[in-house]
Write a protein that binds this ligand. Structure first.
Ligand code: FES
Length: 640
């Protein structure tokens, strides 16, 4: 088939694609920065591009584009990259608002101390050379030295160390350093004394984001951290869609594994670029993620964990050699995927529990790891229960008309004056506003509610006299930033539909929490601590989250944000073998609660759609606050 050239401006990047390919395919080939949250399904409307030259060489406007793009955008030449096919050379501009921009790393999390005891130890060996009286084999000489000089017995060599071992021993004059994994296996033998070079890689594989940390295993300290978007998003935003894609066949399952491994390798490459560490000096990797991400990373068939009764392929932690799954740390290095709890409560939850230490506490603690898939664990040292809920990607900026990821220019904090309805906001890096990211997506409904701009149903109060509230053509919307304040020169708004998306997301989380309370037969008053975790959890205002009813009304003094605690747990397991044992115990101890089995789940979920909740009697402080502000929440009849 004929090839056509696509040029991207302002980058000036060019690529050639087969005639009939979409612009999104060209974007991927050219490696151009473009937001594609829904992965080309025509749902997110984030992949907007402008056809600048040779406009006749692209497919006519599709029905989906006509629906998603406004008339103004269409007349300005805007198209959706995923729905525009190219039939001849074309020049395309990527507007600022469609760029992912410099992402905030979102790798921060609590620091929980742990006793340093990594699985990889390095041992310096000094050996005599063979003589006519000592013809011990090279392997036995090394094994003997490890036993005599370091007390390590019954070790095994990784086969691929053997081919070059004789040369290496002689070139190094019989002075070498062995890297040993778990007192079991020799990963590598290096020339001379390299004891100070011992590194590990910890990763948190989120449904939407990946976070990676390079650690010095001699000190347990983080040397560098990086993050990237999960490259599986084009295959589906949520875990169910990805499980069903992988279920089409081995080719698709491999494809999902390969893209995730490629991105984890890319993060590693960036970490190594920031430091003087070489890939072969990274001897171990620890990975956490929800069970679907865990299975897809390990290339385990996820089909049956996605079908009732949702059994995972494996529950215990798994150790594999890096070369077996394509990770570009030392090829003989170990990759440990931490244990999972159940089909929908994964190694990230185990990691959350490890990092927050709720398994040690007397006080009853509720941990909510907010993400596209939200995991909730509640308990203390006597018992723990956990569940997971599909909260969707609204808090990641998807399905929100002006939503974006936490990158430069994203509005991250919003305040609305309850009297004047004036909006003040803060953007990341104090740049011109480009869109709204997760923390502000939580603030906005809370602030609108307190300002009386919306009622408990989330519907706009159309009687308000402010230019910020208007009918935007399709639906009512509220202006957060006026066009002269924004990078695109267009108003940034929150629409009635956006509010509905946020309400659905927070309702799913609340209903999950309520199901755990019911299972444990306890009330809000029994909860002594709430920990809000998640990649963007560091930036959430707990008061806003409580006002919208994301979690039960618990005194704010008992609520803390802990950031990416799954990443913290992965780092702890990387540097401590005891922490790994604890993870295995946590995986056995947390009782998984299947929400679908709870007959009240639907009604609780529907009540939780309201702001803060249809059962207002359970929200006395919020009602009091609203009354103080002159708002008298209408009481919708709760669904029982
Ligand atoms: S609409 Fe094109 S990537 Fe979402």
């Amino acid at each position: 088939m004929a090839q056509v050239e696509v040029t991207f401006q302002p980058d000036g990047k060019r690529t050639r694609v087969e005639e009939g390919s979409t612009l999104l395919e060209a974007v991927k080939l050219a490696g151009v920065d473009l937001t594609t949250i829904c992965g080309g399904k025509g749902k997110c409307c984030k992949c907007k591009v402008v056809i600048e030259e040779q406009k006749g060489n692209v497919s006519p406007l599709s029905d989906i584009e006509k629906k998603l793009l406004t008339d103004d955008l269409i007349s300005a030449g805007y198209r959706l990259a995923c729905f525009t096919a190219v039939y001849g050379p074309v020049t395309v501009r990527i507007p600022d608002e469609s760029r992912t921009g410099k992402q905030r790393l979102q790798v921060e999390g609590i620091d929980t101390p742990v006793i340093l005891d990594p699985a990889v130890s390095k041992c310096f060996l000094k050996m005599p050379a063979p003589t006519m009286d000592d013809i011990t084999s090279d392997v036995d000489r090394v094994l003997g030295a490890l036993e005599a000089q370091h007390g390590l017995k019954n070790l095994k060599f990784t086969y691929s160390v053997l081919p070059t071992l004789p040369i290496l021993l002689r070139e190094s004059n019989w002075e070498v350093t062995a890297a040993v994994w778990n007192n079991e296996r020799i990963i590598t033998i290096e020339k001379g004394r390299t004891l100070d070079r011992n590194f590990g890689y910890a990763v948190d594989i989120g449904t939407t984001k990946l976070a990676g940390y390079l650690l010095d295993l001699n000190t347990g300290k983080v040397v560098a951290a990086e993050s990237l978007m999960n490259p599986q998003i084009p295959f589906g935003e949520d875990v169910i869609t990805r499980i069903s894609h992988a279920g089409k066949g081995l080719k698709e399952q491999n494809e999902l594994q390969q893209v995730i491994v490629a991105s984890l390798n890319k993060i590693l490459e960036r970490l190594l670029d920031k430091t003087d560490v070489k890939p072969e000096e990274v001897y171990e990797m620890v990975a956490v993620g929800n069970t679907a991400m865990h299975h897809l990373f390990l290339n385990l068939c996820p089909t049956y964990m996605g079908l009732a009764p949702y059994p995972p392929v494996v529950k215990n932690g798994i150790n594999v050699e890096a070369k077996d799954i394509g990770m570009k740390i030392n090829p003989n290095g170990n990759v440990l995927a931490l244990p999972v709890i159940a089909g929908f409560v994964g190694a990230d939850s185990v990691s959350d529990v490890l990092a927050t230490e709720i398994y040690k506490k007397d006080e009853l603690t509720l941990t909510i790891d907010v993400g596209t898939n939200t995991e909730i664990i509640m308990g203390n040292k006597k018992w723990m229960v956990g569940c997971s809920c599909a909260s969707g990607p609204a808090f990641e900026g998807a399905h929100i008309s002006n939503g974006m990821r936490a990158a430069t220019g994203a509005i991250e904090k919003v305040k609305i004056d309850p009297v004047t309805l004036d909006v003040t906001y803060k953007t990341i890096d104090n740049a011109k506003a480009c869109g709204i990211c997760g923390s502000a997506i939580v603030d906005i409904p809370a602030e609108l509610l307190k300002a009386g701009a919306i009622g408990v149903s989330g519907m706009f109060n159309k009687a308000l006299n402010t230019p910020r509230l208007r009918h935007g053509g399709d639906m009512w919307e509220f202006v957060i930033a006026w066009k002269d304040e924004t990078a695109s020169g267009k108003d940034i708004v929150v629409t009635q539909k956006d509010l509905g998306e946020i309400q659905l997301a927070k309702a799913a989380i609340y209903a999950g929490v309520a199901a755990l309370l019911e299972e444990a037969k306890i009330t809000n008053a029994d909860i002594k601590k709430v920990l809000i975790a998640g990649a963007f959890g560091f930036y959430i205002d707990p008061a806003s989250a409580r006002t919208i009813g994301m979690y039960p009304e618990i005194p704010i003094s008992k609520v803390s944000v802990v950031g990416n605690s799954a990443g913290t747990g992965a780092r702890m397991a990387l540097v401590s073998r005891e922490a790994r044992q604890t993870c295995e115990q946590i995986s056995r101890d947390v009782k998984y609660i299947e929400l679908a089995k709870n007959p009240r789940f639907q009604s609780v979920y529907m009540n939780a759609y309201f702001l803060p909740n249809a059962e207002l009697s359970k929200w006395p402080e919020t009602c009091e606050l609203l009354k103080m502000l002159g708002r008298y929440p209408e009481l919708p009849p709760p669904i029982m």
